[in-house]
Design a protein around this ligand. Sequence first.
Ligand SMILES: Cc1cc2nc3c(=O)[nH]c(=O)nc-3n(C[C@H](O)[C@H](O)[C@H](O)COP(=O)(O)O)c2cc1C
Length: 171
Amino acid sequence: MNILILQASPRANGNTAWMAEEFRKAAEAAGHKVTLVNVSRKKIAGCLACEYCHGKGNGACIQKDDMQELYPLMAEAEGLVLAAPIYYFTLCAQIQAPIQRMYCVNKPAKATKMALLTSSYSPGVYNAARDEYKDICNYWSVADCGVVTAKLDEQKTEETKKKILEVVSKF
Ligand SMILES: Cc1cc2nc3c(=O)[nH]c(=O)nc-3n(C[C@H](O)[C@H](O)[C@H](O)COP(=O)(O)O)c2cc1C
């Protein structure tokens, strides 16, 4: 399967980057083709709600920023992995912009499976992230292959790696 991982933490050696990398290694070992994009390093603005895409744009966004690199990858992805830390009780802004910029095409055309990898300092802060992720799975009609969370004492551990491997096995 062609899997796209969107890694949204700005910390290159942080917990989310580690989770995304563990997923990538395991998925490649299982025979998947994996593309990992660090969206936190991209210039991706929020949706303008100008509706150009649903009119004259015929599915194309009027904003010509780094999202242009992502659209073809999203269009080809059969599996999509969101990897994003919790900021203020929800998924960080760096993952929200690329998700919301999918407005012009509505959904990733070929995606059938999704997963969420997320990390936080505290326990009990994942409600909004889970709800958003599950609603997106439903809206895009993709199967939920699992959510892996890692609070402070679970970060970069064998236990978390095991949970990631379980999610990979569902792709
Ligand atoms: C702006 C900001 C907001 C944060 N908000 C929360 C929060 O609401 N709850 C929490 O438990 N941790 C919060 N954290 C901590 C991060 O979620 C945590 O350190 C996470 O592991 C960072 O992931 P990373 O190592 O991939 O960058 C916040 C960190 C930042 C920088």
